[in-house]
Structures are given as C-alpha cells and as structure tokens.
Design a protein around this ligand. Sequence first.
Ligand SMILES: *[C@@H]1O[C@H](CO)[C@@H](O)[C@H](O)[C@H]1NC(C)=O
Ligand SMILES: *[C@@H]1O[C@H](CO)[C@@H](O)[C@H](O)[C@H]1NC(C)=O
Ligand SMILES: *[C@@H]1O[C@H](CO)[C@@H](O)[C@H](O)[C@H]1NC(C)=O
Ligand SMILES: *[C@@H]1O[C@H](CO)[C@@H](O)[C@H](O)[C@H]1NC(C)=O
Length: 630
Amino acid sequence: MAAAANHHLLLLFSLSLLSLSTAPPPPSETQSLLKLKLSLNNSDKNLASWIPNVSPCSGTWIGVICFNNVITGLHLSDLGLSGTIDVDAISEIRGLRTLSFVNNSFSGPIPQFHKLGTVKSLLLTQNNFSGPIPPDFFSHLSSLKKIWFSNNKFSGDIPVSLTELDLLKELHLEGNQFSGQLPNLRQDIKSFDVSNNKLEGPIPEGLSKFSAASFSGNGGLCGKPLEKQCVASSSSEYSLPDNVTENDSGSDLPLKLIMILIVAVIAAVIFMLVKSRQRKRDDDFSVRDSSVEEVMQVHVPINRSSSASERVGRRNVGESAKRGGMGGGTRNGLGDLVMVNDEKGSFGLQDLMKAAAEVLGNGGLGSAYKAAMANGMSVVVKRMREMNKIGKDVFDAEMRQFGRIRHANILTPLAYHYRREEKLFVTEYMPKGSLLYVLHGDRGSSHAELTWPIRLKIAKGIARGLSFLYNEFCTYDLPHGNLKSSNVLINDEYEPLLSDYAFQPLINPSIAVQSMFAYKTPDYVQNQKLTQKADVYCLGIILLELVTGKFPSQYHTNGKGGTDVVQWVLTAISDRRETELIDPELQKNASNSMNNMLQLLLIGAACTESNPEQRVHMKEAIRRIEDIQL
Ligand SMILES: *[C@@H]1O[C@H](CO)[C@@H](O)[C@H](O)[C@H]1NC(C)=O
Ligand SMILES: *[C@@H]1O[C@H](CO)[C@@H](O)[C@H](O)[C@H]1NC(C)=O
Ligand SMILES: *[C@@H]1O[C@H](CO)[C@@H](O)[C@H](O)[C@H]1NC(C)=O
Ligand SMILES: *[C@@H]1O[C@H](CO)[C@@H](O)[C@H](O)[C@H]1NC(C)=O
C-alpha cells in the first residue's frame, strides 16, 4: 500500500510534452468530421457549428475536444442525434481517445466501433441501440478503459471479449436486456453496474466486491454479494467424482499439503512479479491517457455533458491525480521550471518528474501534490487553472516579485511553471500542514498541543504576515484575498506562514468569485463590493476559529456543517456568555489567561462585523492583536 501512495509526478508534465505539436489538425480530419456530420440526422441544427474553413480545434465546433490542436475527443452528448454513425470517418481521426454519444436517439445494432482501436472511453448511455453485441467485439479495443452502454436495449450475452480488456476500469451495462451468465472478469475494475438486465447464474468472484445494487434487477443471478445462494449442484458437475478424491487423499495428507503450499507460494511470487511489471506498464500507459483526458475536460467548448459523462470526468481527475509513471525530456525550453527563490536549493523539472508524489488535496484553485525529490527535499506542487488574466511576461514579473519576499510569516514560492492551460506553483513542504489541519485534522492529539501560547503565537504571526502584505501590495484591492486557515501553513516551530496571497490580479474573475474566500464575505455576497475590509473579515474568521476551536461553517461552500462562528459569537456576546465560547482545550492549562483569550475573541468579533464601514481597519486589528499578552 505504501507504494500505492507514491507516484511520479509525470502526470503534471506529460502535458508539456504534448504541447510540442501545435500544427492544426490535418485537413483530412476536418473532412472526416464533416463526413460524420453528414451521416447523422438532426446534425444540420445541432452540429451547425461544424463548418468547413474553421478549424475543428478553434473552440467553436461543438463537442470537439482538442489538445494542442490534436482532436482527442468527440463529446456528442444530448444533441438529439440519430442516423447511422459513419464509423469509418471517425476512424480517420488518429488522436481520438474519447467517443461519447450519451443521450441521443440512435437505434439499431451497435455501430462498428470495434474499428476504433485507440479509443479509451466509449460512452453510449441512453440511446436506443439494440440487439446482441458480437462476442469478439472488444478483442481489438485493447485500450478501452471506460465502457458506458447503460440504458439502451442491448440483448444477448455480455460479450466474452470484455475479459481481454486489461485496462478496463469502468463497465456500465445497466438498464439493457443482456441475458446469460456474467463473464469471468478479473480486471481491477473500479466502477461496475449490470443491474436491470436478464442475467443469470453465479456472480464471478472477481465481481463480488461490488455492492448488491450493481447486480439488482436480474432475477437469475446468485452468489455474493446477493443474498440468494447458488445451488451447489450446478458447480459440482465439474468437480471430480467423489470416489477419485477419496482414493487420492488416503495417503500422506500432511506431506501433500506442504507440497501444495510450496507450489502455491512460488506461484504467488511469480504472479506478483509479473503483475507488478504489468502494472508498471499500465501506469505509463494511463498517465498519458488520463492527463490527456483531464485536459480534455478543461477544453470542452460548451459543457453539455450528461450526468454519466460528468461522473466519468470527475473520476478521471482523481484517477490521474493518483497515477504516475516515468518521465520524458522537456529540454526544448517549452515547459521548464522557473526558479524564483533558490534559498532552499535549486531543482528542475526533471527532478520533479522523478519525485514520488502524493495527493494533498483539491482546492478551489486547483489540486496540490507533495513531491519528495531524490535529493531529500520535499515540495508542494499546486496546479492552478484559470490564471490567464495577465500575459506571460507580467505573470513572470509577478512571480519574481513573490520570489523576492523574505518574511518569517510569508510562504515564498520556490518556482513556477507556465503554460497557458495551467500554472504550477512550487513551494516548500511543511510536515505539520495547514492551520486548518492542525486545528481540526484527524491526528487527535495535535489539537491538544495547541496551547494558548501557541495559538497566540499563531495569531500574532498571521497579523505580522498581513502587516507585511499590506505594505508590499498596498495598492491591491485585496492584498491577500484568500485568507483562511487552510492557507496558513504551520512550520515545525508553530510559526504560521501565509500562502496563496495576492493572487486576485492573476486569476480569471469567474474563478476568483468561485474560489477565493474574500468573495464569500458578506461584502461580496450581499453588495458585490470588495475592499481591503474583506481581508479583515477573513482574518476575523481565523481568530474566532483559533479561540473557539470550532470549524467555521463559512469554509463550506454549501454552508452545511461546521459552526457559524460569526453568529454564535455575536449572540453569545450580546448574552454576556463569552466565556462559554472559548475552546475547553485552551482553558485546561491557562485559566488565568482567560481575559486575554476573550480579548482575542473580541478582536475576531470586531473583524467580522457585517458592515464593512463599521468593521475595524486591518492596521487597527493588527495593532490590537500585537497588544495581547500571554
Ligand atoms: C437528453 O438530451 C435532451 C436534448 O436532446 C435534453 O433535453 C435532456 O435533458 C437530456 N437528458 C438528460 C438526462 O440529460
Ligand atoms: C434520417 O433522416 C432520413 C431523411 O430525413 C429519414 O428517412 C430516416 O428515417 C432518418 N433516420 C432516423 C434514424 O431517424
Ligand atoms: C427509444 O425508442 C422508443 C420507442 O421504441 C421511444 O419511445 C423512445 O423515446 C426512444 N428513446 C430514445 C432515447 O430515443
Ligand atoms: C467412481 O464412481 C463412478 C460413479 O459413481 C464410477 O462410474 C467409477 O467407476 C468410479 N471410479 C472408481 C475409480 O472407482
């Protein structure tokens, strides 16, 4: 399992390798798509954007997914299409990896998709396809990872060639009329559903890990996980006649057992060796695959994916995040790493590519990974999407300015990597994690080590960091803009370091609204106005979080869960019950500091005053925090 947590970071960079090809798709592929269009009914209306003389990768062709001008997917969902799909035309698109016709009106036998040897996802959910699928249909589709054929009218046996798809991860056949027995699928399938068909017979062992719901609505299925047991006789047909077994087992039972055990152990070892080699190959394969698909999700010009393909998409991101593989070169300068701060040492893209990576989490702005490099240094790599508000040169200047910051309470980035689609930010890794994690994480004891002196130190450190940012970025509307406990990292000495500051000028406005915490304040939610007072509000939440030890409901985007610390504190103060708010954990060893804790609480309350006009200024808040005694 330890190995499973460690992966290479290539997935982050395999994208840069792909950026080498930038020529538009060959005209023949444009012709192929137009041929496909001709074969479909209703395409005049719903594929009206498919027109000659405009490149399919221009972003205007509905449902055409490109990556660096290579057509990689056709997501033709929800378009009311019917007719006879021209598979030969599709097969001329060399880079095609995903083909989706989810929720259209296609009917009749399954098209000859078996000619599309490189396709990795084939999504036909919710159509009227019918009839049997030939047993060998999948024999030449060895790249397939995702098969969604649910809610059609397919009948006959489930094709046995499914057992040959080594990479298969998702198999959805629910809501058809498949009959007969389930093939013996032994692949490592992650998502599986054959409910509501007419299947019968025993559920193969490799599939019994899925829930009963995956098999429901098939009267004839039996065995785990269903309650219905298979009748023993059906399988004893194949076992040896009793008298033979008896004869054999008469002599030397222990010796035989030992022999069998030895053989089994050797077989297991060989099996695992082969398997691990295989897995390595698979990983390399799917790294490229998943990252391409992930990028495709980003590039969908008009998002009309059905629920089925959305589910697929989400899985994808998680999956690609978990996977890794070996690296490749990026020496042509296209995708190099720019060091902006080499105080902790220098490294390049190659070092990161070879690092063991671990997913830390997904935030509003992107996902974060820990990368442990061979030189012993660990860094955090954040992939940021939607940071295209400014051009590359300005971006570079901005990053270099960040890189020059030296302050005990500011996390200075180490390096960045620029591509149009996404940016990578590399920062130092802090083993303790964020304040959010230290306060509410699952490590049990860690909360208790947050004594009053430590919490006060953290509050003061945050105040000092903010004081610095308010000088350095004083002209910004939001010198921080995304202040919350998950963006306060805690170093080994419990010194807090602010991260993700001063991003607002970099981020596309729509994403900023969705993901920066300043936009969740009443200032923006009620009045669509943001001033530096929004940072004050965010600071207030952290102070209340520190003193009460509660998880603020404000951090949940849906407002569910956690404590509305602002309201709670407001009510308690007006009822003169303030002392009840203080984290019992804090009171244990510092009961004579109660008044000082209350002071910090009151500053938090003043910072979260809902009317920005009446809210304290940042300077004043900082001064008051600095004045608090132990
Ligand atoms: C299926 O597509 C039609 C448009 O052709 C759309 O109105 C409908 O909402 C879609 N159904 C689902 C479940 O997405
Ligand atoms: C497609 O359109 C043609 C002509 O309008 C019609 O004859 C045919 O039945 C349609 N096919 C389907 C599957 O709707
Ligand atoms: C499938 O065909 C039936 C009639 O056979 C029709 O009622 C239904 O609307 C069709 N479904 C789709 C998704 O086209
Ligand atoms: C085993 O039993 C079967 C039927 O019960 C019989 O036909 C067969 O001859 C027996 N074999 C031996 C080796 O006794």
